[in-house]
Design a protein around this ligand. Structure first.
Ligand SMILES: Cc1cc2nc3c(=O)[nH]c(=O)nc-3n(C[C@H](O)[C@H](O)[C@H](O)COP(=O)(O)OP(=O)(O)OC[C@H]3O[C@@H](n4cnc5c(N)ncnc54)[C@H](O)[C@@H]3O)c2cc1C
Ligand code: FES
Length: 272
């Protein structure tokens, strides 16, 4: 019988320092794992432990997988100390991911905060793979300071990409910053050029950012069923067995981690 906890071994082949506490790791696995954008994996550091992450790479690329990881605690601290050539293991992918089929023919608004741009990077790359299927692609990204902005090279590329619109803001600027200053919610406006009645909004970031972005989206006319939230709840098994990730009647690992707001609105602890 297949053991659902059995990971695939692999190696880190490249590490990119995004900010002082965020790195992107490129992994090469002994057996390719294909994933749908928005699904997550459990990444193991042998002998230490595992943690869930959403691949940040283009799902079309199968021989490598990128994960962008913020250093916040025990496992992520050790991951940040690893070098190219070091061994890791991956199990998954798990969860439902983004329902790309439902986005076809729509204007897509993507709202990311901080390291929340990681799963959205994979989503944006997947949308660009099939750009003609979507009416418009608008990306809003907020970061605490200019130094905390991830994927700086890619964002420069996207800023010049005629297939999408990108706007960035920082909570607090510095002497180098000439762009927008203000919370991400200041970029979500009625006059931002998106037809909200034919649009879906996809939000990922820290809970407080997701909360106020969702409220602003509703304020400008989005229906809760058209707002997609990535719920990064505490997870353990990743496969609907342990109950760690419960949100009301749902298991975030199995039924999510992507939920529309109408499903989870009012449930206990969604913004924690
Ligand atoms: C489905 C899913 C996808 C995820 N994708 C990503 C991803 O792509 N990139 C990424 O960096 N993280 C992601 N996370 C979060 C990541 O799993 C945690 O940061 C990680 O498990 C922390 O493990 P640790 O052992 O280092 O920290 P622990 O030792 O378990 O925790 C240390 C402390 O950090 C706090 N903490 C935990 N997570 C976070 C967080 N996200 N932000 C701030 N503080 C936190 C805890 O409350 C605790 O106080 C995802 C989580 C889920 C559930
Ligand atoms: S993580 Fe175990 S049930 Fe979801």
């Amino acid at each position: 019988m297949n053991n659902p906890y059995c990971p695939v071994k692999g190696k880190i082949i490249d590490i990119k320092e995004e900010t002082s506490n965020i790195k992107t790791f490129r992994l090469n696995l002994d057996k390719n794992i294909s994933f749908k954008t928005g699904q997550f994996i459990e990444l193991t550091v042998p002998g230490i432990g595992e943690a869930p992450f959403t691949p940040s790479s283009n799902p079309k690329i199968e021989d490598t997988m990128d994960v962008t990881i913020m250093k916040v605690g025990r496992v992520t601290e050790i991951l940040h100390g690893l070098k190219p050539g070091d061994e890791i293991a991956v199990r998954g992918p798990y969860g439902m991911g983004y329902p790309l089929k439902e986005f076809e023919g729509k204007e897509i608004l993507i709202v990311g905060g901080g390291v929340g741009l990681a799963p959205l990077r994979s989503l944006i790359l997947a949308l660009l793979n099939d750009r003609k299927k979507y009416k418009k692609l608008v990306v809003k990204y907020g970061s605490r300071t200019p130094k905390d902005i991830v994927y700086k090279d890619l964002l420069r590329e996207w800023a010049n990409n005629k297939d999408m619109e990108l706007e960035i803001t920082v909570d607090a600027g510095d002497e180098t910053w000439k762009g927008n200053v203000g919370l991400i919610t200041t970029l979500i406006k009625r006059d931002m050029g998106v037809d909200v009645k034919n649009s879906v909004a996809i939000v990922c970031g820290p809970p407080i950012m997701m909360k106020f972005s969702t409220f602003k989206l509703i304020d400008i006319g989005y229906e809760p069923r058209h707002i997609y939230l990535s719920m990064e709840k505490n997870m353990s098994c990743g496969i609907g067995k342990c109950g760690h990730c419960r949100i009301g009647p749902y298991y975030a690992c199995k039924d999510g981690p992507v939920f529309t707001y109408d499903k989870i609105s009012g449930l206990h602890g969604i913004w924690e």
